[in-house]
Design a protein around this ligand. Structure first.
Ligand code: AP5
Ligand code: MG
Length: 192
């Protein structure tokens, strides 16, 4: 079993790379952003709750996010492993994830952090905003707020897993294929 965290700022390519990693390693992909967008699309109470935060580029409160994540993990008892994309985004989320993994008699094996400069992020997300329908892709101020929230609230999660010798930095600029190869090299070196 191998459990990965795909980490990095908004627009760094987490979703793009997760789709490929899932194919290659046969893992279950859990993106909390995708889960929230599904709930918002169906106008569920959870979606309504999340919408106010997401449209401003703020984080949804931990208790809401952690509960949703736990349900999703528990729905896949036979998984060969998980790719967590966009989770954990705070230290309490990281602690909750470690606890959940321990309950499942497993652990997080590695955190892969994609590095992409702010200006490239803004370019990518603005371009995607032309077609994505995402309320948080439309306004440069909201995109910049997402980047600020990443730096202040989320980047400490990298250090948290570095403290367990699990964090790896990956250059997130270049072709999608080249970045995929960099990620696979780290995963294959773990050899689980
Ligand atoms: P979430 O959905 O996780 O969004 P995000 O982290 O802001 O990241 P994105 O999905 O925008 O980008 P990505 O890194 O997946 O990149 P992608 O592959 O799409 O979260 C959204 C919101 O939900 C949060 O702001 C928060 O409000 C809430 N939320 C979610 N999780 C939460 C949590 N745990 N706690 C609290 N709140 C939470 O690529 C981006 C674009 O670039 C695409 O158009 C792609 O085609 C393009 N691209 C990809 N790779 C390359 C490349 N190599 N070169 C050029 N372009 C590329
Ligand atoms: Mg994504």
């Amino acid at each position: 079993m191998i459990n990965l965290i795909l980490f990095g700022p908004p627009g760094s390519g987490k979703g793009t790379q997760a789709a490929r990693l899932v194919e290659k390693y046969k893992l279950v992909h859990i993106s909390t952003g995708d889960l929230f967008r599904y709930e918002m699309g169906n106008n569920t109470p959870l979606g309504q709750q999340a919408k106010a935060y997401i449209s401003q580029g703020e984080l949804v409160p931990d208790e809401v996010t952690i509960g949703m994540l736990r349900n999703k993990v528990e729905a896949h008892p036979d998984a060969k492993g998980f790719i967590f994309d966009g989770f954990p985004r705070t230290i309490p989320q990281a602690e909750a994830l470690d606890l959940l993994m321990a309950e499942e008699k497993t652990e997080i094996h590695t955190l892969l952090a994609l590095h992409v400069p702010d200006e490239e992020i803004i370019k990518r997300i603005t371009l995607r905003g032309e077609t994505s329908g995402r309320s948080d892709d439309l306004d440069e101020n909201i995109i910049r707020n997402r980047i600020d929230v990443y730096k202040s609230e989320t980047s400490p999660v990298y250090d948290y897993y570095a403290g367990q010798d699990k964090s790896h930095s990956i250059e997130g600029l270049g072709t999608i294929d080249a970045i995929f190869d960099r990620l696979c090299a780290v995963i294959d070196a773990i050899g689980k």
